[in-house]
Design a protein around this ligand. Sequence first.
Ligand SMILES: Nc1ncnc2c1ncn2[C@@H]1O[C@H](COP(=O)(O)OP(=O)(O)OP(=O)(O)O)[C@@H](O)[C@H]1O
Ligand SMILES: [Mg+2]
Length: 205
Amino acid sequence: MTGFIVTGTDTDVGKTVFAAGLSQALRAAYWKPAQAGLEDETDSDAVRRLAPDAQVLPEAYRLSTPCSPHEAARVDGVTIDEAALTLPQSDRPLVVEGAGGVLVPYREDLLAADLFARWNLPAILVARTQLGTISHSLLSIEALRARGIAVAGVAFIGEEEPVAEGAITRIADVPHLGRLPRLDPLNADTLAQAFAANIRMDLLT
Ligand SMILES: Nc1ncnc2c1ncn2[C@@H]1O[C@H](COP(=O)(O)OP(=O)(O)OP(=O)(O)O)[C@@H](O)[C@H]1O
Ligand SMILES: [Mg+2]
């Protein structure tokens, strides 16, 4: 299996938008293992809208409450079973989007990074450029590497912040995969264009 895990320093950093751009660029199969929160547009729906040439695979778990998967599962009376969280088969490269950040619990004894380690795909860390990102990014990279997960690089979202971006990538010795600006409007065309102009796909192949 080839592909990438798209993780982030936090919830709401832009993982889905980045994963959509990557899925479109790779004509990939996109998989969200566990979707927590079904009232608003789901991550899979956003990828369908933003990456028309990607194939969106069904989530293993669709949980109603927008919170940590372990708690969303408890509310729905569901037990998350890692047997249901094996990588789906696909003849396309896989883009797998984790929930929230690197140590988000799927159960109290099963963290996101534990699953990433089993899946054995390199991880891309999506990080904000704003204040606070240096420590959050370095912590995330340490937690990934502590489990033997290869870090393919950091992709930044937001205004250019060369000091923070440079510090993270030099201190962690990790590739800078580029920076997506905030797009307005954000749609499949503007994302594909910004992705091609700003993201170093040459570092990901
Ligand atoms: N480059 C961008 N340009 C414009 N809007 C963006 C960009 N990146 C993210 N957003 C917006 O910011 C919000 C959060 O982004 P996104 O859903 O990608 O975050 P996430 O990390 O996937 O969150 P979650 O942890 O819930 O999966 C969304 O409304 C999204 O449309
Ligand atoms: Mg998301």
